[in-house]
Each structure stands twice: as structure tokens, then as C-alpha cells.
Design a protein around this ligand. Structure first.
Ligand code: ATP
Length: 352
């Protein structure tokens, strides 16, 4: 049997409680996956003095992909390596309603869209400081009449590049082409005309290469309003990092919450997969975290690995279990444990 190497980083707080039964479920269906658990975070510091030892990096580099549990910071060094080290610039976050998901909408039928969030730039460069530093640079506000030196406040730097925008927008158009053929781009290009305006201009430019894809654009606040009112109108939506982070969580709320929020982060040479939710520290240790987001992220991983048939089987099993509504975790109004739900989904997979 040819093995396929996948790195698993279970994450922090409640995240490992979702990861363990998901890995076990996938392992039952795809025995050829060789799951590798490198040292990260506190365990790595204790053993080697480093949060991300060289051996861990080597293992990630030699693996096909990584399945990552959410981090509260303890596994953060691994996340930075997977994201910025591996240049995984497109964070793909699907929002799809299945009957049985506890949606906040009166009619969630047909909600099926994907937010593609730029994953490396924008405000997430982590450059912050004190506002008077900007006055020293001779910078002036375009809007405020107060001199910058008078602001006893802090700033964060927002960086949007042509290259960073172009590659993620291109990825989003390519994705739209494989789906219903519609791409929506959004940013705050009226107020932030130089940075978000660049994102808009690049989107218009890239759209010329995809005449077969319907293209539309909204200012992000207008988009947020449309998202709440008619999410069925959207297919693939591309946006800068911060808007994507926030609006994809809001999107998850439309179909049943963070427990369903899958995601994959794709670069040109590597991809890793993690649920879009955080570590759910408030329910850690209770074994009730909804594993659907982690499982759907693992399905995206299987698709990436060319195992689409298994992924389709799992999707079908998830749909059946939710439609039946007997085995649900507390966030969906049930009283099943994380493992109960995975067991029910696995049982359905085995009959398909
Ligand atoms: P982060 O800043 O990393 O997003 P956070 O603590 O702000 O972390 P989450 O960890 O996503 O946000 O949790 C927000 C709320 O949603 C918490 O009440 C948490 O229990 C709940 N939650 C998140 N994921 C799940 C899940 N998979 N199943 C059940 N509840 C979840």
C-alpha cells in the first residue's frame, strides 16, 4: 500500500477534542494515510527549547498537507509557518446549508457560497505602533483636521499589494469557474480608495481574463447587508483579509454557526486545512465541540489529495445525519457528544 503522509496538529483548548475523532473517522475510510504528529507549542518548547523545531518544519515540508486544529496561540508558531512560511494566500471558506443545520434564516434553502479571504496581507502583517511615530514621518491625515502628533493613540498598518490581490482574486475566479460561474469582489474602496481601491482595480483587471464568469462588485458594508438578506445570490466572494475573517464567521452564523465552518488555506505549492472557528475554550474538556467544521475541512483536504470519492461519501453521510436530527451536538440543539456525532457519520459512510 502506498502511504500518503499528512501532518496533524491537533491545536489548543477544545480543538483536539474535535480533531481526534475526525482523524479516526478518516483513518477508517482511508487507511493509506500516514498521520504524523510533530512536536509543536509547549511540548516542543519543553523538549527542544523551540516552539517550532526544525524537525517539525521538515515533516511539514515533506508531507502532502497538514490538518490543523485551531490555536489560541500555543500552537501559533506552527500556524505562522503554515500560513506565511508556506505562502498559503487563499483562505477558502465554504458556507453551505444542509437540512437539519440550525440556521438563523427563515429560509436557508439553497445557501451555498464560498468566501475566499486573502490570507497574508492587509492588517495581518502585525505592524502596529503609536500614532505620533507617523507624525515624525511627516504623514498627514486625509480626513482629520487634528495634526497626527496630537493623537495619543495607536495605529495598525494596512498593506494591500497588486501581487497579493491578483493571486487570490485569480484563485477565486478559477474556483467560480468550477461552480456556478459567478464572482463577487468586495472591499471598502470608497473610503480606503488607495488600498482597497487597488484591490478593486485588480479585480476589474483580472475579470478581463475570465469573460465566462459573471462578475460584480460591492462596497463591503453593502455586501454585508446583501449577505444577510439574500445569501443565496452569492457563489464565490473574494475580499481582503480582515473583511474575510469577520464576514466568514457571520456567514457561518447564517447556516448554523461556527460548528459548521470549514476552511482550507491554499498556496501555489502547499495547502493546509483548519476549521474556521477558534478553540472554543469555554467548552474545553466537555467533549461536546461540534466536529462538523473539522470534518468538512478534512473533506476539503481529501479533495486536495485527489480523494474526491471519499469526500463525497462523507458529505452525503453528514447530510443524512443532520436531516435525521437524532444525533446532534448541543450547539445544534442536541445532547450528543463529539464522538457520538462522528460515530453516527462513520456508520452512514459505511452503508453508502
Ligand atoms: P478565535 O479568536 O480564535 O476565533 P474565539 O474564542 O473568539 O476564538 P471561538 O473559539 O470560535 O471564538 O468560539 C466562539 C464561540 O463559538 C464559543 O462560545 C465557542 O464555544 C463556540 N464554538 C466555536 N466552535 C464551536 C464548535 N465547533 N462547536 C460548538 N461550539 C463552537
Amino acid at each position: 500500500m502506498n502511504t500518503r503522509q499528512v501532518v496533524v496538529i491537533p491545536g489548543d483548548d477544545a480543538a483536539p477534542e474535535a480533531m481526534a475523532p475526525v482523524v479516526s473517522l478518516i483513518g477508517s475510510l482511508v487507511p493509506e494515510i500516514d498521520w504524523q504528529y510533530p512536536l509543536v507549542g509547549e511540548a516542543a518548547i519543553e523538549a527542544t527549547g523551540h516552539a517550532l523545531p526544525d524537525d517539525t518544519k521538515t515533516l511539514i515540508d515533506s508531507s502532502e498537507t497538514t490538518l490543523f486544529g485551531s490555536t489560541s496561540g500555543k500552537s501559533g508558531a506552527a500556524l505562522f509557518y503554515l500560513r506565511w512560511g508556506k505562502q498559503t494566500y487563499a483562505n477558502v471558506r465554504p458556507t453551505r446549508w444542509f437540512p437539519g443545520y440550525k440556521s438563523s434564516l427563515a429560509d436557508p434553502e439553497g445557501v451555498d457560497f464560498i468566501i475566499v479571504r486573502e490570507n497574508l496581507e492587509d492588517l495581518y502583517l502585525g505592524i502596529e505602533g503609536d500614532v505620533p511615530e507617523l507624525a515624525e514621518l511627516g504623514l498627514k491625515s486625509r480626513t482629520s483636521r487634528r495634526p497626527l502628533a496630537e493623537f495619543d493613540g495607536r495605529y495598525a498598518l494596512k498593506v494591500i499589494t497588486d501581487e497579493g490581490s491578483r493571486r487570490v482574486i485569480t484563485k477565486a475566479f478559477e474556483l467560480a469557474r468550477t461552480r456556478r460561474g459567478k464572482l463577487t469582489a468586495t472591499s471598502k474602496y470608497n473610503m480606503l480608495s488607495y488600498t482597497d481601491g487597488l484591490f478593486r482595480d485588480v479585480a476589474i483587471d483580472v475579470a478581463r481574463d475570465f469573460p465566462d464568469v459573471e462578475f460584480e462588485m460591492f462596497i463591503v458594508d453593502d455586501f454585508a447587508n446583501r449577505l444577510c438578506k439574500r445569501p443565496q445570490d452569492f457563489d464565490v466572494v473574494v475580499m481582503p483579509n480582515l473583511y474575510g475573517d469577520i464576514l466568514s464567521d457571520a456567514a457561518a452564523g447564517l447556516v448554523g454557526g461556527l460548528g459548521m465552518a470549514a476552511s482550507g488555506c491554499y498556496g501555489d505549492d502547499y495547502a493546509y486545512f483548519e476549521s474556521a472557528h477558534g478553540t472554543a475554550p469555554d467548552i474545553a474538556g466537555q467533549h461536546v465541540i461540534n466536529p462538523t467544521a473539522t470534518l468538512l475541512s478534512a473533506c476539503m483536504m481529501l479533495d486536495y489529495m485527489g480523494m474526491n470519492e471519499v469526500s463525497t461519501r462523507i458529505h452525503g453521510a453528514i447530510a443524512e445525519v443532520y436531516a435525521e436530527g437524532r444525533v446532534l451536538t448541543p450547539d445544534q440543539g442536541g445532547n450528543a457528544s463529539t464522538t457520538d456525532l462522528c460515530d453516527a457519520i462513520l456508520a452512514r459512510c459505511q452503508t453508502r
